[in-house]
Ligand binder design. Structure first.
Ligand code: LIP
Length: 254
């Protein structure tokens, strides 16, 4: 196909393409061939009605094209994100940053790597010397957009060195893991966007929390990943939280 066929999901700006669907089928097919039948949580399978419940079973959590809007527009940040969890514990994660041609990976307890080189979070503790990443997602309801931009304004005026957003959560988390930025937070992401990045950030020496400072909850659709607790807690003070429906909520609630 010369043109990428673009469709929409939860809103007119929540894009999906045939490529997303095809790549997910290829990944799941290859994993089944290599490792046998398993349990899969894939962004596009869930969009078509597959369950999104993380059980104790060994589970693959897949985002075939993270940064779909970037992909459609040719904006150069697109990633493939694959994580593996057992007993609800994330065991390893792989993020391939397609346009950068960089492979980020981490296994629980074994460190984090980019193209086989060890990576580590930044050692910055002074918020005034930080770059923070966030995204505004695909919900354009005025009350949520107001909270998102009010949060960004408060963070910018701390002040921090800068606010950024690549358009893909998986890439944003790898930027935290390499020390390029000090923190990434978002309300509205999904488990498949962040599962692999969560392992990579943690194994690079970073931390993961809920946006209210509580424990990280993969299925809650909100999180902050940071280089250390000082930066995380300072950012959390500015985040205006709004409700999102959990990934593992009953279908009728979504
Ligand atoms: C994207 C996330 C990003 C979010 C976007 C979108 P997708 O994932 O990586 O953090 O802000 O709205 O959800 O949909 O491109 O796989």
């Amino acid at each position: 196909e010369s043109e990428i066929r673009v469709m929409t999901k939860s809103s007119t700006v929540d894009l999906v393409t045939k490529t997303d669907e095809r790549v997910e089928k290829i990944i799941i097919g290859s994993l089944k061939e290599e490792f046998g039948e398993g349990t899969f949580i894939g962004e596009e399978s869930v969009a078509k009605g597959e369950p999104c419940i993380l059980t104790d079973k060994p589970t693959w959590i897949i985002d075939p094209v993270d940064g779909t809007t970037n992909f459609v527009h040719g904006f150069p940040f697109v990633a493939v994100s694959i994580a593996f969890a057992v007993n609800k514990e994330l065991e390893f994660g792989v993020v391939y940053s397609c346009l950068e041609d960089k492979m980020y990976k981490a296994r629980r307890g074994k460190g984090a790597f980019c193209d086989d080189e060890p990576i580590q979070v930044s050692d910055v503790k002074d918020i005034n010397k930080s770059i923070i990443i966030s995204e505004h997602g695909t919900d354009r309801s005025p009350e949520k957009v107001t909270k998102i931009f009010s949060t960004m304004q408060k963070i910018l005026c701390i002040p921090v060195h800068g606010l950024r957003g690549s358009g893909t959560a998986a890439t944003n988390m790898c930027l935290v893991a390499t020390g390029a930025v000090e923190a990434f937070f978002e309300i509205g992401i999904h488990c498949w966007d962040i599962a692999a990045g969560a392992v990579i950030v943690k194994e690079a020496g970073g931390i993961l929390l809920d946006v209210d400072g509580g424990p990280f909850d993969l299925m809650s659709r909100r999180m902050i990943s940071a280089n250390n607790e000082t930066i995380a807690k300072r950012i959390i003070k500015e985040i205006e939280i709004f409700p999102v429906v959990r990934d593992d909520a009953p279908i009728e609630k979504k």
